[in-house]
Design a protein around this ligand. Structure first.
Ligand SMILES: Cc1cc2nc3c(=O)[nH]c(=O)nc-3n(C[C@H](O)[C@H](O)[C@H](O)COP(=O)(O)OP(=O)(O)OC[C@H]3O[C@@H](n4cnc5c(N)ncnc54)[C@H](O)[C@@H]3O)c2cc1C
Length: 400
């Protein structure tokens, strides 16, 4: 039977980054097991593709550290590996006094985290950056960038293979068992053994962890994020990236505008409960996943909060009613008309909810004697993927 020192389950940006850093730091024989035949089929290829420098996160938090360092490292990585990356900067727009006060808090975080920023205090100042954006104030962060996330994942895959790691695509892990000296991993193509395990299975990470009795106080609740895109003749309405001021009580940043590296302007994502971990259309559902979510006590506690229930209903209406989505888009750019928008792709966030009903906002990973389970590679997980993978590789090295 095939044996590797380390098996990484999941070939998204996190799993591949772990493999990259393990190969750089150690002489361990590393294999990555990916269930899809093509990479970047889930979160790592279905996101906004924005590098978020750390102004959105509290100083000294892991999220702030990873995001700030990740933005810089990823720009260098993209330049070195020919991955499209446009340093456009981002405009976070405030529409009310309460939002303007929150912008000051973001500016303080930017300052503490060493992120460049500028506060714009008038509509004319906003218009100099984005002629069609409307607000009473804004924070401009020039370090934010737009990246081709799928090409980034493929660059990582090429790099780890060149460094001697095995990448098994089309290998779905069905079960994992403990053995006396590590793990026996059953895949749909046959078993293999490994001394150490890294579980970076994204939307399915909790299912694999639970098989081994790890992370049982948490469950992934899939939240779909749907995008529209501007018709080609209307793309001038957004030059760079325009975000609303985030609500600090929610882990999602709100419907925003992103100019992608291919020139398209996407608007979204909303955040609706997905009726399946891979239910990318709002007409799709997976009965077993849906049952798991609806019977999960943590999810029921989450929905018991009046604020969460009203957010959930509002987001649901944006999914089924284009007019509602258009209204959310017009809040930042009033010149956008319903006919300017056409449906684009969707992504699904692997959002971890605790048994207490909390949406876990920080990265969460659980280390055992010989394994690491990445349970919440929460946004900005793409931005943070290089330092995050480095950190996990360092932890695994310490287990030897
Ligand atoms: C809508 C949306 C917008 C986002 N926008 C941004 C953004 O602008 N900037 C940012 O920094 N972050 C963003 N994020 C977050 C970011 O995309 C994720 O944090 C990151 O991609 C997580 O990577 P991952 O490798 O953990 O997960 P994934 O990319 O989901 O990778 C997990 C992999 O594991 C594989 N897998 C699962 N189960 C098995 C199994 N049993 N056997 C084998 N393989 C398995 C899957 O096929 C998948 O390829 C966004 C996310 C979403 C959903």
């Amino acid at each position: 039977m095939m044996h590797h020192d380390v098996a990484v389950v999941g070939g998204g940006c996190v799993g591949l980054s772990v493999a990259k850093h393990l190969r750089e730091r150690t002489d361990l024989d590393v294999a990555v097991l990916e269930k899809e035949h093509h990479l970047a089929a889930h979160q790592s290829g279905r996101n906004s593709g924005v590098l978020h420098p750390g102004f959105n996160y509290p100083p000294e938090s892991r999220k702030a550290e990873f995001a700030t360092e990740g933005t810089r490292r990823m720009k260098a990585y993209c330049a070195e590996h020919g991955v499209p990356c446009d340093e456009l900067g981002v405009l976070v727009v405030a529409k009310t006094d309460a939002e303007e006060a929150r912008l000051d808090a973001l500016a303080a975080q930017a300052e503490a985290n060493g992120v460049e920023y500028e506060l714009l205090d008038s509509q004319p100042a906003i218009r100099e950056h984005e002629p069609h954006a409307v607000g009473q104030a804004a924070l401009y962060a020039p370090e934010a960038a737009s990246v081709d996330a799928q090409q980034y994942v493929y660059a990582l895959a090429r790099e780890i293979q060149a460094a001697g790691a095995e990448l098994y695509t089309g290998h779905a892990v069905e079960a994992i068992h403990r053995t006396g000296s590590g793990y026996r991993i059953e895949t749909d193509k046959g078993p293999l053994e490994a001394t150490y395990l890294v579980n970076a299975a994204g939307l399915h990470a909790d299912e694999l962890a639970h098989q081994l009795g790890v992370g049982e106080g948490y469950q992934i609740v899939p939240f779909r994020g749907e995008y529209y895109e501007l018709r080609p003749g209307r793309r001038h309405l957004c030059r760079t990236m325009i975000y609303p001021t985030p609500n600090p009580d929610l882990p999602f940043l709100g419907v925003h505008y992103t100019r992608r590296t291919d020139g398209k302007v996407i608007i979204g994502p909303n955040a609706v409960l997905a009726f399946g971990r891979e239910a990318y259309e709002n007409t799709q559902f997976d009965l077993s996943d849906l049952f798991d979510t609806l019977t999960y006590g943590g999810f029921r506690k989450l929905l018991a909060s009046r604020m969460m229930l009203s957010v959930a209903l509002e987001e649901l209406s944006k999914s089924y009613r284009k007019g509602k989505f258009t209204e959310a888009s017009q809040r930042l750019v009033p010149d956008v008309r319903q006919e300017d928008l056409k449906r684009s792709y969707a992504g699904i966030r692997a959002q971890v909810v605790s048994d207490d009903g909390d949406l876990v906002k920080d990265p969460l990973f659980v280390t055992t004697d010989d394994s690491i389970h990445v349970l919440n590679a929460v946004s900005p997980g793409l931005t943070s993927s290089l330092p995050f993978g480095d950190h996990i590789a360092e932890r695994l090295e310490a287990l030897r």
